[in-house]
Ligand binder design. Structure first.
Ligand SMILES: Cc1cc2nc3c(=O)[nH]c(=O)nc-3n(C[C@H](O)[C@H](O)[C@H](O)COP(=O)(O)OP(=O)(O)OC[C@H]3O[C@@H](n4cnc5c(N)ncnc54)[C@H](O)[C@@H]3O)c2cc1C
Length: 380
């Protein structure tokens, strides 16, 4: 049996569904294909839920632009649609002279990216966070927290309302370029099927490089190969969440923004994520990395947290383009017409701040889709 669609989207994470909620607006026939039993089971539900302000990323990068735009779109979306959020702000704190120098550079970067940031005096640091220790800090008032499950569910509901069809337990196993579009082969518990589509959008998260490869793209030459980073979270027990008034972050490390304070909309306190590279997907977590947590800058900044307060809690796995030891890598959001694949849009390496950027990425991809469908129509 084969189905025809205007647009097929691979992946029902926050990115695939945010895009689906946008591209369905034109009344098109849109299918979302998802290998899991339901939506948002991978990166989109295993993250820090932070609405980032656009502090960390290279100037003029897609990450910097999408994060800045996504930040304000996300607050509007949450406010209008009853999605739980807290615009609590965050403090980035230095605990040594070396870190204080890095802090200045990070502050400048945030400024350059257009993120509102403000240096704090020692007195302000104590007033805002009496239980935090540090020698210098700046404040980011537009950083916040969102209930990521409600956000993803909102995008799903919106897309469905606009007529999107979603197929769960439907794994894409092959893609073939055919005249006028793509033949997408899928595996479902009831059998194997294919679907024909004019536009194909790859939002397969951890597997988006593999999906790109299915179309014949050499992912090594294209620099699309993904590396997986496992991020572990530890819960902080003993009512210590009441000793903190906002998010608190250290200086970023080579691989991530560093082990930081994570608060959810119910003000549950966790530390994490502690990232390291992995080759397989396993969300198991034990206390074997507790020492690394205890040695993190966050423990120096928050001395009221005792080692015995920390319990292993959960883990997430992120899809990064950056290999171990490499520098900054930007999101890849690309219409692959110059690789002989018109109508195929790749989103690869949508790591952090992907959650924050989701509404901006949806707009961006929607413009691409409008343009390419108009061009296709003009060629008929
Ligand atoms: C530990 C961690 C902390 C993070 N913290 C933050 C944060 O605080 N703020 C922030 O902005 N961002 C954060 N991020 C990043 C953010 O979570 C991601 O950028 C975002 O969730 C990516 O969404 P996605 O839809 O691209 O991927 P996913 O949520 O992984 O969705 C991809 C979907 O594609 C499906 N799929 C894959 N292959 C196939 C196939 N062959 N066929 C069918 N379906 C397929 C998968 O099953 C999955 O459902 C964090 C990420 C992690 C892991």
């Amino acid at each position: 049996m084969s189905y025809w669609a205007d647009i097929a989207i691979i992946g029902a994470g926050v990115i695939g569904l945010a895009i689906a909620s946008h591209v369905t607006r034109e009344g098109r026939e849109v299918y979302v294909l998802e290998k899991n039993e339901t939506f948002g089971q991978e990166q989109s539900s295993r993250n820090s839920e932070v609405i980032h302000a656009s502090i960390y990323y290279e100037k003029d990068s897609l990450k910097a632009k999408m994060c800045l735009e996504g930040n304000s779109l996300l607050y509007q979306l949450c406010e209008r649609n009853g999605i739980a959020y807290k615009k609590c702000g965050k403090i980035i704190v230095a605990t040594s002279d070396v870190e204080a120098e890095e802090l200045e550079k990070l502050y400048e970067r945030g400024n350059d990216n257009g993120a509102p940031v403000r240096m704090l005096s020692r007195r302000e640091m104590t007033r805002l966070e009496p239980n935090m220790k540090g020698i210098a800090a700046f404040f980011s008032p537009t950083t916040g927290i969102v209930d990521s499950y409600s956000l993803v569910r909102y995008f799903l509901g919106k897309a469905k309302e606009n007529g999107m069809q979603v197929a769960f337990k439907t794994e894409v196993i092959g893609v073939e370029k055919v005249s006028g579009g793509y033949k997408v082969d899928v595996k479902h518990p009831s059998g194997n099927y294919s679907l024909m589509t004019r536009v194909l959008i790859n939002c397969a998260g951890l597997y988006s490089d593999k999906v790109a490869e299915m179309t014949g793209i050499n992912i090594n030459e294209a620099n699309y190969k993904l590396h997986w980073g496992k991020g572990e979270y530890y819960s902080v027990c003993g009512g210590k969440n009441r000793l903190i008034n906002r998010l608190i972050y250290p200086l970023p490390t080579a691989i991530s923004v560093g082990v930081h304070v994570c608060l959810d909309v119910d003000w549950r306190l966790r530390l994490g994520p502690l990232f390291y590279y992995v080759d397989e997907i396993s969300y198991k977590i034990d206390d074997s990395r507790k020492r690394a947590f205890l040695e993190s800058s966050m423990m120096k900044a928050l001395p009221f947290i005792e080692p015995s307060d920390l319990e292993p809690e959960s883990a997430g796995i992120i899809a990064m383009l950056r290999a171990e030891g490499e520098g900054f890598r930007d999101f890849i959001i690309r219409h692959e017409y110059d690789r002989g694949l018109p109508g195929f849009i790749n989103l690869v390496g949508i790591d952090s701040p992907g959650l924050t950027s989701s509404p901006a990425i949806a707009r961006y991809v929607s413009h691409m889709v409008n343009e390419l469908l108009e061009n296709q129509a003009n060629c008929l």
